[in-house]
Design a protein around this ligand. Structure first.
Ligand SMILES: [Zn+2]
Ligand SMILES: [Zn+2]
Length: 181
């Protein structure tokens, strides 16, 4: 068993494990158990679950099920789901940064992050910290395929948002990467 798990690896392990649970149809049961705070018997089935990852997983599952949004996990493209899970796990592990109001997973409230700043979580009042300079290359970059669009009317970035539990992810995609739910 590895013992040198770094924060980035812990985050990826949580993201991978939640995605595997969703794919195997076990996520909902896991989330229910996690929410009850009972020992999670299922965790042994997932090789990534250990130490911090265990508690991160349980907290992520409890948080994501807190608002009855389990349905939404399959509604978005996988890359969007991974992004919001990555931001959530980073926040849960205390590995990222927050706005000055220090939103904490211990005090659930709506928080916001962005595809281009997945390590930053802000409260609802501080979304300006996530803003990109209008018209800049970053502002015109698709968060899915990384293409820098021209920004012209038929070739711009379409803003979008995806919420999972209390965490709302802002993103922008080019015309080829838009999806419908
Ligand atoms: Zn704030
Ligand atoms: Zn794209």
């Amino acid at each position: 068993m590895r013992t040198d798990f770094g924060e980035a690896e812990e985050v990826e392990a949580i993201v991978d494990t939640v995605c595997r649970m969703i794919d195997s149809g076990r996520y909902e049961r896991f989330a229910v158990e996690a929410r009850r705070g009972t020992p999670v018997a299922l965790r042994d089935q997932f090789d990534a679950a250990q130490g911090h990852v265990d508690s991160g997983l349980r907290r992520a599952a409890a948080m994501l099920s807190a608002r009855g949004q389990l349905d939404s996990v399959s509604a978005a493209p996988r890359w969007v789901l991974r992004l919001v899970l990555r931001s959530t796990a980073t926040w849960l592990l205390g590995a990222g940064s927050t706005c000055p109001h220090d939103p904490s997973p211990e005090r659930p409230q709506p928080v916001v992050t962005a595809a281009w700043r997945p390590d930053l979580i802000t409260c609802a009042r501080c979304t300006h910290l996530l803003a990109l300079v209008p018209g800049s290359a970053a502002d015109r970059t698709c968060d899915s395929c990384s293409r820098v669009t021209s920004g012209l009317r038929d070739d711009g970035v379409f803003p979008g948002a995806f919420a999972l539990g209390p965490v709302q992810l802002m993103l922008g995609v080019c015309r080829d990467c838009r999806w419908t739910t």
